[in-house]
Design a protein around this ligand. Structure first.
Ligand SMILES: [Cu+2]
Length: 247
């Protein structure tokens, strides 16, 4: 009856196969979770309408892009159908509905952010300045300004490069104005009632193709890193990607 009893070799081979399958399953689950939870992020492609003369006198294609900034992930619509609120973070602020912006190279890009969150003070006044935009300004509800009061900021849109020797630099930083307690009152009572919000518009000129990132520099996370924990460390809420592509 020896043939019906598994040999030690067969048992060892079986154990190795089980282990390999187990690793494959764990890796597969991990890969799938990573794919649905973090990347790819919802992408927005800038649309080109006509041309515009830049401050250097050159004529550029004029591309437009728009997004929003919200006090919670549900209103942002950047996290799919969020019955459980994307891992149980219903209070995390978020850009949305897009967090990955795809822009054409060598193009004058005009971006509009409609912002619906409250705010407070920056850790450093530097991020209260508008940097890297055409004219060094952004328009806030139609009024051009080169900075905001660093104690009345909601979030920032800060776009910068990755360490590289092959890409053109691209840097834009724009502070976003907060909604006052009064403006937030209806929302605070009922999160389905968004405030009117504030419209922030600014333009910048892309250089060559490349991969960039953006993040918020307002301390809107938990206290782990002086306001830069929690949401500030998670891709797709207060940070995301910018890809510049050749048309
Ligand atoms: Cu933020």
């Amino acid at each position: 009856m020896a043939s019906s009893t598994p040999s030690k070799t067969k048992t060892a081979v079986g154990a190795v196969i089980a282990l390999v399958l187990g690793i494959a399953v764990v890796a597969g689950v991990g890969f799938t979770l990573h794919k649905v939870s973090a990347d790819p992020q919802p992408k927005e492609y800038a649309t080109v309408h006509g041309t515009i003369v830049g401050p250097d006198g050159k004529t550029y294609p004029h591309a437009f892009i728009a997004d929003g900034v919200y006090a919670d992930p549900i209103n942002s619509k950047a996290h799919g159908n969020c019955a459980t609120c994307d891992g149980g973070h219903p209070s995390w602020p978020s850009y949305g509905p897009y967090t990955h912006f795809v822009l054409p190279a060598h193009t004058y890009v005009t971006m509009t952010l409609t912002v619906y969150d409250s705010g407070g003070s920056l850790n450093t006044p530097y991020f209260g300045h508008v940097v890297g935009t055409v004219g060094g300004t952004a328009t806030y509800d139609g009024v051009a300004q080169s900075s905001l009061d660093p104690n009345n900021v909601e979030h920032t849109f800060t776009l910068h490069g990755l360490p590289t020797t092959t890409q053109d630099p691209l840097y834009v930083s724009v502070p976003l104005p907060l909604n006052t307690d009064k403006e937030m009152a209806a929302y605070n009572n009922d999160p389905t009632k968004l405030p009117v919000g504030h419209k922030v518009t600014f333009s910048f000129i892309t250089a060559g193709a490349g991969n960039y990132v953006w993040n918020c520099e307002y301390p809107c996370g938990d206290s782990t890193y002086q306001g830069f924990g929690a949401v500030m460390g998670q891709l797709g809420y207060m940070s995301g990607k910018v890809t510049v592509v050749n048309g």
